[in-house]
Design a protein around this ligand. Structure first.
Ligand code: FAQ
Length: 386
């Protein structure tokens, strides 16, 4: 059974609302580029801009206040650069490590059709990781360095990917809840003040919206199947609900970076604001599934115009972030092994690049054609999304 009638409207309504927000962010990016920019902030001693005695701090704040994008060649405070590298790297690593829980079901998907869809989805996550590493590279750090930091356990990835996928229904719960949380968190990042990150997020959000839909459809099918299938779907939702709520990070009062990141317009909403949005969206969507959310305290609060809910266990979140979740060791060990096994591919790519560079030097203009990157580093905006 597929999602149809009113049920389809519930999930499609939320989906098109999300896509509308992404389209609006994309249009705003285009407008900002067409409007022309205030000359970007330059370091005070920048020789390319002698007639602009610099107050780079002031210019930077002016650009942010005017909702213009900071681009890679603009001067930026060290803290802004460090924060972006930290967040974008953590985001990229999450996409790559996040392939493992669902990848675990590729060989056991219940039909060829399901397998093909899941394969495409897992492959999309790899693509997201690559756009994000490319965006981070525009800040002056290489992908190799970032990968080394991940493998050495010195950079984080999202807590959510340290939980196991025990049944096929978990693949549905990840799509609906984990991708759903990712979208709620990431749509505002399409308006992030750093151009390359904002542009990467436009494309990622469009794809995440399809991911959420596919997870919802898996759960809907199971929930309307046999009693055993229904129970499997409910059990998956029960296990993934609180870890999904924890994805939004610590509560605002304990969030180290939110205040400054919001002033810099990297983050547009606080952790708790986004968590609330997610809860309100899920309450709407769970009903057509015929399932329930595992929270007896969940109820509409007329005064707040939002649902009250039980927060996740933040001590558990801290334990998982520090490396003590159910699958942390397994996830990193698997990534390290995959990285080592892929050494020959990197070696071959390096040899190919060197050969092409040699040919270009020798005057061959066709050398290297067709070798493209994600192109997130430069305006104009919004190309090729969808
Ligand atoms: N897990 O001060 P805050 C996906 C850390 S992608 C681990 O509030 P911030 C797609 C935080 O880094 C999912 N660590 O931090 C997919 C900081 O540590 P530090 C990933 C966490 O940055 C779907 C400390 O706690 N999405 O799912 C977590 O302002 C399906 C204090 O926290 C992104 O990365 C956590 N949950 O806000 C793929 C989105 N929460 O560095 C496959 C971009 C917090 O000081 C399958 N990132 N920490 O040692 C963000 O929006 C933000 O970085 C937050 C955290 C909201 C995650």
């Amino acid at each position: 059974m597929s999602v149809d009638g009113d049920d389809a409207q519930t999930v499609s309504g939320a989906r098109s609302g999300i896509l509308d927000e992404v389209e609006a962010a994309e249009a705003a990016l285009r407008d900002a580029a067409l409007r022309g920019r205030i000359p970007g902030p330059r370091a005070a001693d920048d020789p390319t801009c002698p007639d602009k005695p610099g107050d780079p701090d002031r210019d930077f704040v002016e650009m942010i206040d005017a909702d213009q994008k900071i681009e890679p060649r603009d001067w930026m405070p060290d803290g802004y650069r460090r924060t972006l590298i930290r967040q974008i790297a953590q985001h990229a690593h999450s996409e790559i490590i996040g392939m493992q829980p669902e990848g675990n079901w590729l060989t056991r998907a219940p039909s060829l059709h399901r397998k093909a869809i899941l394969l495409a989805k897992v492959q999309d996550e790899a693509g997201h990781g690559l756009y994000l590493y490319a965006a981070a590279e525009t800040l002056g750090i290489s992908r190799e360095e970032l990968v080394d930091l991940l493998l050495a356990g010195r950079q984080k990835y999202s807590s959510i990917f340290n939980y196991p996928t025990l049944t096929w229904a978990d693949v549905g719960a990840i799509g609906w809840l984990v991708d759903g949380a990712a979208i709620i968190n990431q749509v505002p990042l399409c308006r992030c003040s750093y151009g390359p990150y904002a542009r990467a997020m436009i494309r990622i959000c469009k794809e995440e919206s399809f991911h959420q839909r596919q997870g919802y459809e898996i759960l809907h099918t199971l929930a309307h199947g046999t009693p055993a299938q229904h129970q499997m779907a409910q059990d998956a939702v029960d296990r993934w609900w609180y870890p999904s709520l924890a994805m939004f990070g610590p509560p605002d009062a304990d969030s180290t970076h939110s205040g400054q990141s919001m002033r810099w317009k990297i983050k547009r909403f606080s952790n708790d604001e986004l968590r609330q949005r997610f809860v309100d969206m899920c309450v709407q969507q769970v009903e057509p599934l015929g399932l329930t959310l595992p929270d007896p305290e969940l109820r509409w609060n007329e005064q707040r115009q939002a649902y009250d809910f039980t927060p996740p266990d933040y001590d558990e979140l801290l334990r998982v972030i520090r490396g003590d979740g159910p699958c942390n060791r397994q996830r990193l060990a698997h990534r390290r092994a995959a990285h080592a096994a892929g050494g020959w591919v990197r070696e071959a790519a390096r040899a190919y690049a060197e050969k092409q560079a040699g040919r270009r030097k020798a005057g061959d203009t066709t050398a290297g054609v067709g070798v493209a990157t994600a192109g997130v580093g430069a305006p104009p905006v919004g190309a090729g999304a969808g």
